[in-house]
Design a protein around this ligand. Structure first.
Ligand code: BG6
Length: 478
């Protein structure tokens, strides 16, 4: 369904995020017919460039980051016809009159703050001063939304001076992933799971977001953040919320976000001995973490695993084990809901102990797998065997099934449609920092160094111990 005509201003329009994600996503939606021919994209940044120069920048970005660029090439010129550029000083007045004259009144204006949080206040204020903010305006901000609770509160305050909460779209791109949204469809669209979705039947839940890549060229940012701030406080927290929340009455922004917020607020503080941090070691030619971030004594973690408890009626007694890290064995993100064993085995001790595990595979090979127990075929006794009921979405939907759009495609269109369901509300982000801050504070005050782990492994052994000591084990990263 095409969205209404809009103007999207990308502040930081020549930056890495714009190049890799925002511009290719817009182009793909244009090709899909969702972004009408009259929608306009206006890049704004400090770099001295004219419209033609920016169009060639956009065209290069598309060639590099739209996997279907070749198939889409006939659409490129008409897309670029609506792309323009303004040289702008976020902290001064240069360029703002021109931008104000470019943005059309009477249509949706989305302002994408693809810049460091230090500029949010300047941009928000100037949008007002130059008459570009009205009821049709929306602003989009990226993570990291703050560095801790205090800075997140400051950012919320700065934005609130100029925009209402319903105009602020805080992106967590995990919420734009098809499979993450599918979590809600699986939970609330099926009768099968929900009655068992509680501590009476669920032994524990594991959430893994493993990456095989290192920090790459982002060492400067990453070393100030670490896995806890970069991934745990936001992406894994969002996954935890969607898996653990109560059914919202409606699939609407506040109904969903109210339920997520309740989960975060019900989280117990994490005890220091329930957290493990790691830092990756060198691997052949690939440098170790410290070399990569050019900080020989860095104490920043590239891996974190922890055990969380949600103190409410549904989940008291069911631990949630979360882990994420870089340079791990593989790129694999999944959520595993591990059910309890049957209370009594009618087949006797030799049949072994069996558990159902529902695995939601987020990426790659998106799908759902349900481990069920069956009889081992053969004439022998009643021996039991666990087999997967496996559904890979790509197979289930067939070759002609719909594509999985990139998270940014979905999220940017939601901004234009004015739908905040998949964006974080200010209070939600603050609550997540409130939970993460004390964990980080202990590390910062203790001055301990993260445990080294081999690149290509599953992280430090201590992370395995986190589960072993509870008589459980992590699923293999594969
Ligand atoms: C980003 C983090 O938010 O998410 C990166 O800053 C991380 O460090 C990335 O690599 C992972 O996203 P995805 O979509 O590749 O799982």
């Amino acid at each position: 369904i095409p969205v209404d005509p809009f103007d999207l201003v990308v502040f930081g329009g020549t930056g890495d995020l714009a190049r890799r994600k925002i511009l290719p996503a817009l182009f793909r939606r244009f090709c899909a017919g969702q972004m009408g021919a009259n929608a306009r994209v206006i890049g704004a940044a400090r770099a001295d460039m004219d419209d033609a120069g920016y169009r060639s920048f956009v065209s290069d970005a598309i060639a590099e980051f739209d996997p279907d660029a070749a198939r889409h090439k006939d659409h490129l010129d008409s897309f670029l016809a609506n792309v323009s550029y303004v040289v702008l000083d976020a902290k001064g007045d240069a360029g703002w009159d021109k931008l104000a004259a470019t943005v059309q009144k009477g249509r949706v204006h989305a302002y994408y703050f693809s810049v460091g949080p230090g500029l949010f206040g300047d941009l928000a204020q100037r949008l007002h001063t130059y008459g570009m903010a009205d009821a049709n305006s929306r602003i989009v901000v990226e993570k990291p939304f703050g560095h801790d609770l205090a800075s997140a509160r400051d950012l919320n305050r700065v934005l609130a001076q100029h925009f209402d909460e319903h105009q602020v779209y805080r992106i967590d791109h995990y919420l734009g992933k098809e499979t993450v949204q599918n979590l809600m469809a699986v939970r609330f669209g099926n009768m099968l799971f929900e009655p068992l979705w509680n501590s009476q039947y669920v032994d524990h839940i594991q959430i893994t977001v493993a990456e095989s890549v290192g920090v790459g060229g982002r060492g400067d940012y990453y070393d100030r953040a670490g896995a806890m701030r970069d991934m745990m406080q936001n992406h894994l927290m969002q996954l935890l919320c969607l898996i653990a929340m109560e059914p919202p009455a409606k699939f609407d922004p506040d109904a969903v976000r109210d339920e997520k917020l309740k989960v975060i607020r019900a989280l117990d503080p994490v005890a220091p001995d329930n957290v493990v941090r790691g830092q990756y070691e060198a691997d052949g030619d690939a440098p170790d973490y410290r070399t990569q971030v050019e900080t020989p004594d860095s104490r920043t973690e590239s891996f974190v695993a922890l055990k969380a408890h949600i103190s409410n009626w549904r989940w008291a007694g069911t631990p949630f084990y979360l882990r994420t890290g870089k340079r791990l064995k593989d790129r694999a993100s999944e959520i595993a809901v591990v059910f309890k064993e049957a209370p009594h085995s009618i087949f006797g001790a030799e049949a072994g102990r069996h558990r159902n595990i529902l695995t939601i595979k987020l990426q790659p090979n998106e799908g759902i797998e349900l481990g069920v127990t069956i009889k081992e075929p053969g004439p022998g006794g009643m021996r039991l065997l666990d087999v997967p009921l496996d559904m890979t979405f790509a197979e289930a939907l067939g070759e002609d099934g719909p594509d999985f759009p990139d998270a940014y495609e979905r999220l940017i269109m939601d901004v234009i449609r004015g739908n905040q369901t998949l964006f974080m509300r200010g209070d939600e982000v603050e609550a997540a920092w409130q939970w993460a801050d004390p964990v980080i504070q202990v590390w910062e005050e203790g001055g301990e160094t993260p445990i080294p782990y081999a690149s290509g492994s599953a992280g430090p052994d201590d992370a395995l111990m986190l589960m072993h000591r509870d008589g459980r084990r992590w699923r293999e990263i594969k």
